[in-house]
Design a protein around this ligand. Sequence first.
Ligand code: ZN
Length: 327
Amino acid sequence: MQSSESSYRRGLVEVADGVHAYLQPDGSWGWSNAGLMVADGESLLVDTLFDLRLTAEMLEAMTPLIQTDPIGTVVNTHANGDHCYGNQLVDGPGVRFVASEAATKEMDEVPPALLAAVMDSAPEGPLGTWLTHAFGPFAFDGIEVPPVTDTFSGRASLTMGDRQVDLYEVGPAHTGGDVMVHLPDAGILFTGDILFIGGTPIMWAGPSSNWIAACNLIATLAPEVVIPGHGPLTDVAGAGEVGEYLRFVRAEVEPRVKAGQDPVAAAREIDLMVHGTKFGAWTDRERLIVTVHAMWREMDPTYVPPDIVGLLSAMAEDFARIGRPTA
Ligand SMILES: [Zn+2]
């Protein structure tokens, strides 16, 4: 079993022959994982990191592995910056950037300059405190994400050397265009943010049914080692827990939508219930409010959730109330 916490250290860990995960504890806001598959003549990178310094550090650690088989293909699992803002450091002649068509559209919607501007103008009070907590460790200046060169929808396969790489678009779920990367010969699956391990999942897009289906697909693919978007290495059991969390929250949201409750008040009630379960020990519990708003919209199509600043402010208020769990 590869999922032990003892392997959860910053840096590269070999998970199969020629396949490496790059892990960044503690997996909270912005601390994402990435991966590398070395094939004959060309390597595949799954995701870059949230800023240029972190991505450069990762590429430095990978140098001995990619000297003779340079990175020729980058797959970005989705559009969130902690999975693609370092892309420019891998760019070069002939390098392919692969993402789903939906993720490619989303990448243009939240440019790094926007995040840099939000951080520069972070107000006093809960929102400023939370922004510093979540995004303060990262530097968003100088980032220019190069264009995606290869898009797809549904499923796609890449052949690299004698290895096959299967791409599964499972979004919209966490974001609009989530993709999982399966290496069938190695029994390895990179899930992007379909899996947060030890941290609370956040559903920006939904519907939750797609995300739960993605968790079920992980069980069907039956990989030996699963590299989540955030948190330690896991396996199909980790996917089971995320699916269970989403079903739990959905079952709490549904009667509250039917009762015509206020979503913010409903989220507070649900958070108290989450607190009493094993999910209450996960980090970043404030993400629940975003998931509740997204589920509300899927159950009541007339409901218009707050915009991104409204959602960030709601999380900031919850963070001020809940704080970091002690677990
Ligand atoms: Zn992420």
